[in-house]
Design a protein around this ligand. Structure first.
Ligand code: SME
Length: 156
């Protein structure tokens, strides 16, 4: 499904006040994984309280052992400190990389900002080599902006 068609579905999930925020994030992960063929694992990591580490909050795909990732470690940990998108067309080229599955060929991590602060990220693993382009980056930035709006709202 093209990104433009997924946007209303993302908004609908996020506006569902009857679900907890964690549950809404899980549904976003499921939606993206099920509708974008090369998204094989989708997860949201957030800063773990005051600690210099990320904690997995919601995901779709195979369970991972890497539910806690120190800042600076792996692609995710690097994005926690760089505040920038990280697109990896071929994970074999990365020395600072945490493997979650031997099937993963490529990864994209996009930081999530709340009031200008990098508080988390969306992480996508793909079994396809070099599948991500600028459209993925723009779409995932948009998803993160929408998630930040929900996190900002006092009712959550
Ligand atoms: N590959 C990531 C670790 C998280 S898993 O992809 C779910 C990394 O290098 O940070």
């Amino acid at each position: 499904m093209p990104f433009q068609k997924l946007k209303p579905a993302v908004e609908k999930i996020l506006s569902n006040d009857e679900l907890s925020v964690d549950h809404r994030l899980e549904q976003i992960c499921d939606l993206l994984k099920e509708n974008i063929p090369y998204y094989d694992w989708v997860g949201f990591y957030f800063k773990n309280g005051d600690k210099e580490e990320l904690k997995l909050r919601a995901f779709a795909g195979e369970p991972t052992d890497h539910t806690i990732i120190p800042f600076g470690k792996g692609i995710c940990g690097q994005v926690a400190v760089s505040n920038e998108n990280f697109v990896v067309p071929d994970v074999k080229t990365q020395t600072n990389y945490i493997a979650c599955s031997i099937n993963v060929r490529a990864e994209i991590v996009v930081p999530l900002f709340l009031n200008g602060e990098n508080i988390g990220q969306i992480d996508i693993d793909s079994h396809t080599e070099d599948p991500f382009n600028i459209e993925d980056e723009r779409f995932l930035e948009w998803v993160n902006e929408k998630v930040a709006e929900v996190l900002k709202s006092p009712s959550t």
